[in-house]
Design a protein around this ligand. Structure first.
Ligand SMILES: *Cc1c(COP(=O)(O)O)cnc(C)c1O
Length: 443
């Protein structure tokens, strides 16, 4: 069994995270429960910061808040000196409510609305990452109407795509995001942007994929960005101050995943930048990265209570937990793999293979196939690891299941950072039109 961060098995054979016995957390907060190992989140953030400090380059590590965007997480990101990426008015609102420093907020997205742009302009956020020509003009116009000049990066599609161990380099990348580098769109976007008075182009942004386990794709992206930077400087007279290389740094969900230490991704990027830009006689730009998953992913554990089971002799044994695709849709969406243990009897020897089902009315509502566990009983606690990223953030109310609570644990302390949803939350936005309302007898 692989335990992340501060997780360990205590003398009673119970899983402990951040100095908290999870059987006690289950008793206090109920299940399903998202548990976040605060020390591990901080450690991951520091791995990035330390690697950048070692490079001597100016940098920003922007936490991609979409991975897990709640106010406490914004506060933690701020404390660790990170910047913050947001992609919607809801994420921006969360950051603002948490008091996140506005100059460190970057606004992403391929279809920002007028209202979202105005909200971000009014908040004086630090940077817009502009995705397309329509947004370029719209942002210039809206900033102009408010008498502002805003900093932007242009999102380019570098023609490098990386997924775990594979990367491909294509002339023309099929993507909904960004200005294509290969077909000249990115170049035209710079030409266009330079004419717009209310925009200041800081540089470019490139994001090549997610759950990446190798550095080669990032090196390829740096090569393409460098060549573009040189061309833009020589032909259009603009020198990039910032190069943003996105996120996508991989984490270990199961034994099959072999991520690099986070500092190695950073080193590969900063080494390539320093070497390429120095070679081109180009002033060294500030480097931004945008990790999401690798900041919070392995710090999260979801605790469930086991309910029913169904043994189909010779075929498979299902055990069902009190959550499922509503709190973790990733297995259903992407066939993502997770690892889990019996948190209340973690030292007992493995004796059966089970598949973990959720409680939703959907055959695809499965969390883990073929998991080896000690003999599972009703009311056992199942801890599923590495659920910190894209779990709470992607949770739904399908079947009108209430979203679980989230606790931050550290040094024996456990603090609720998101309350379990109430029945009031479930029906709070519902309205019954008067024509459907039951009226008095005789009507
Ligand atoms: C999703 C995304 C990220 C974060 O990706 P992770 O795989 O969570 O690190 C960063 N930047 C952009 C533009 C993204 O779309």
């Amino acid at each position: 069994m692989y335990l992340h961060g501060t997780s360990k098995i205590n003398e009673q054979g119970h899983l402990e995270i951040g100095g908290n016995d999870v059987t006690k957390l289950a008793a206090e907060f109920g299940t399903p429960l998202y548990i976040v190992d605060e020390a591990l989140v901080r450690q991951r953030a520091r791995e990035y910061v330390e690697a950048f400090n070692a490079s001597g380059l100016k940098f920003q590590v922007a936490y991609a808040s979409k991975a897990f965007c709640v106010m406490a997480m914004c506060a933690l990101a701020e404390e660790e000196g990170m910047s913050l990426d947001v992609v919607s008015d809801g994420e921006l609102h969360t950051a603002l409510q948490a008091g996140f420093p506005v100059e460190r907020i970057h606004f992403h997205g391929n279809n920002k609305t007028v209202d979202e742009i105005n909200m971000a302009l009014d908040a004086n956020i630090g940077c817009f990452v502009v995705d397309n020509f329509i947004e370029l003009d719209l942002l210039n116009e809206l900033a102009g109407a408010k008498g502002k000049r805003v900093k932007i990066l242009l999102r380019i599609t570098p023609g490098v795509e990386a997924h775990t161990h594979d990367y491909i380099s294509t002339g023309q990348q099929d993507s909904k995001f960004g200005f294509d580098l290969g077909n000249g769109s990115a170049y035209r976007a710079i030409q266009e942007g330079l004419k717009l008075n209310h925009l200041e182009i800081l540089g470019v942004h490139s994001h090549i994929g997610s759950q990446i386990f190798e550095v080669e794709g990032f090196r390829m992206a740096v090569d393409k960005v460098t060549a573009f930077a040189v061309q833009v400087r020589d032909e259009l007279g603009l020198t990039f101050q910032v190069v943003n290389l996105g996120g996508g740094f991989g984490i270990r969900y199961t034994d099959e995943d072999k991520p690099l230490p986070l500092g190695e991704y950073v080193k590969a990027i900063t080494d390539a930048i320093i070497s390429n830009f120095t070679h081109a006689g180009y002033p060294l730009p500030e480097i931004w990265v945008e990790p999401g998953r690798s900041i919070v992913g392995d710090a999260g554990t979801t605790l469930y209570t086991v309910g029913t089971s169904k043994d189909i002799p010779g075929i498979r044994k299902y055990i069902a937990v009190d959550g499922g695709m509503t709190d973790n849709p990733r297995p259903a969406l992407y066939e993502s793999k997770y690892d889990a243990i019996l948190a209340n009897r973690a030292n007992e020897p493995v004796s059966e293979t089970v598949s973990v089902a959720g409680k939703c009315c959907e055959s695809g509502d499965m969390l883990i196939w073929d998991l080896e566990l000690p003999a599972v009983h009703k009311d056992d606690l199942l801890a599923v690891f590495c659920t910190g990223a894209y779990n709470y953030a992607m949770a739904s109310n399908y079947n009108r299941i209430r979203r679980p609570a989230v606790v931050f644990v550290k040094d024996g302390q456990a603090d609720l950072v998101v309350k379990r949803e109430s029945f009031e939350n479930i029906v709070g936005n519902d309205l019954i039109p008067s024509r459907l309302k039951k009226t008095s007898v005789g009507n």
